[in-house]
Design a protein around this ligand. Sequence first.
Ligand code: GRF
Length: 205
Amino acid sequence: MAETTVLGILASGRGSNLQSIIDAILAGKLAAEIGVVISDKPDANALKRAADLNLTAVCVDRKQYKTQQEFEQALVNELKLHQVELVILAGFMRILSPYFVHAFANRIMNIHPSLLPAFPGKHAQEQAIQYGAKISGCTVHFVDEGMDSGPIILQQAVPVMPDDTPATLAERILQQEHVIYPQAIKLYIEKRLQIEGRMVKVVDR
Ligand code: GRF
């Protein structure tokens, strides 16, 4: 069997990006396997999606840990237990400390629903509308110690329509998230991403 890269997916909620990655694997577009899906929320729909497909689904509930460090140690232990090579944040609504980032240095990706560095943080779609932006989109980036600040891998723009609400813009952006997240993971798996400072170069192989 061809070699596959083991992914660990961290998701707090709905899990539509998780689903897009699962779909890409099932369609034979990604030489990856999902080692574990972890949520910090016991009732996350992402856990249900994973369990329905017989993937290993684990809740690491922040409330069960006294400190952020202990919580993150539990995450790292779970990821290592399942031999995870690349960590995928897919709607994981917690900031991770340098401890976690160093444990998987240059091996953590995130997707954010804006064209970074515009509109980092929460409610990115609402921020774009309130700012009056005509174009927004989504960004896949490596995770560094800052918030939504790591080297950018792929971006896709979408228009912001005059009558958009945060929900309609979020839906338009989400469709593109489901396209570029699997693409970025594929580039990583194919060893086509070279990080040079803030720059991620996509090289031919
Ligand atoms: C997406 O909009 C993603 O950009 C952001 O959180 C949301 C997660 O959605 N980081 P889902 O749980 O993957 O459906």
